[in-house]
Design a protein around this ligand. Sequence first.
Ligand SMILES: [Zn+2]
Length: 379
Amino acid sequence: MRAGEIQVCANCVMDTTDRNILFDKNGVCDHCDTFYSDIEPFWNPNDVGWAEIQKIAEDIKKKGKGKDFDCIIGISGGVDSSYLTYLAKAKLDLRPLVFHVDAGWNSQEAVNNIEKIIDGLGLELYTEVIDWEEMKDLQLAYFKSGVPHIDTPQDHSFFATMYKFANEYDVKYILTGGNYSTECVRNPLEWMYYQSDSTQLRDIYRKHGSGKLKSFPVTNILWHKIYLPYIKRIKTIRPLDYMPYNKQEAVDFLVKEFGYQTYGQKHFESRFTKFYEGFWLPKKFGYDTRKVQYSSLILAGQMSRDEALVKLRKPAFDEEQIEHEFDYIASKLDISRDELSGYLSAPNRSYRDYRSQRPIYDIGARMMRIFGLERGGKR
Ligand SMILES: [Zn+2]
């Protein structure tokens, strides 16, 4: 490989824009290796898995007897969380507390979709609205910080709210839409640092924010990785890993059953994420998250490598549409177009330029792997 040339994995579509990627002698990358050695042998998206999740559902019901809810689900309006909500209620016969975090960036489609799913299933929705002034200031701080993971405020508020609800309502099971089918390859740490790291969040806000975080929900790793799972014994389950989960089939099903509206790309239910993953990351850093998403689908047998390569030839964003989105983001943040452009051309920074709890995350990840509690994982 010559300097400046990009090497693409011979098996998936991850490449050297992921600076820490490693290739074996056949040109196959370490993401693929992790999948074949650490995920696939333990993954049963079939009858075996289905029998297992039904057993888990029985436990969930038993432990939730007499309580208002037996589990908790966060719904974003995206395919995975929407399908999960259907699965939990209609197929596993559970009584989920379904919540949504409104961090100010919902697309109209997402709002409609959530309503259709909730109404269609006869559920009730708990919405947590994040104080927009604080959110805006924190979001701006991330733009000013120069780091790639500027979707952290939105994501962090989601996680923090989920743990808060689980604790408050004494729910012992958190169900998430996380799944290997669409996410067995993870965004490299370099691209998207841990959004739940509150030390990093506070440091970035201290250096680039202008006020104090009063009501913004902040979680911390000791609370959600130690206290909740081991003291309060709250378990996190990923039901979509126990069944054949085909993304396109799930979308088709939701469209037919609930009149669901599609978004065009994973995570685009949020207008911010659409701007961030579709434009900001590829433009400013050269990180194209479609490579991660397509590689996952390739490994899960839901997309061919050729199809992914063809799709990747097109830019991540539509030049005409992005002008409009750029204006929308700037005006929503109460800044000028020029100011937002300024952050785009400012020097790039990494999570290493700010305080973090990376060492604690590393120890946690190592422990989880040793005990087989987490497979794959970020690197
Ligand atoms: Zn690969």
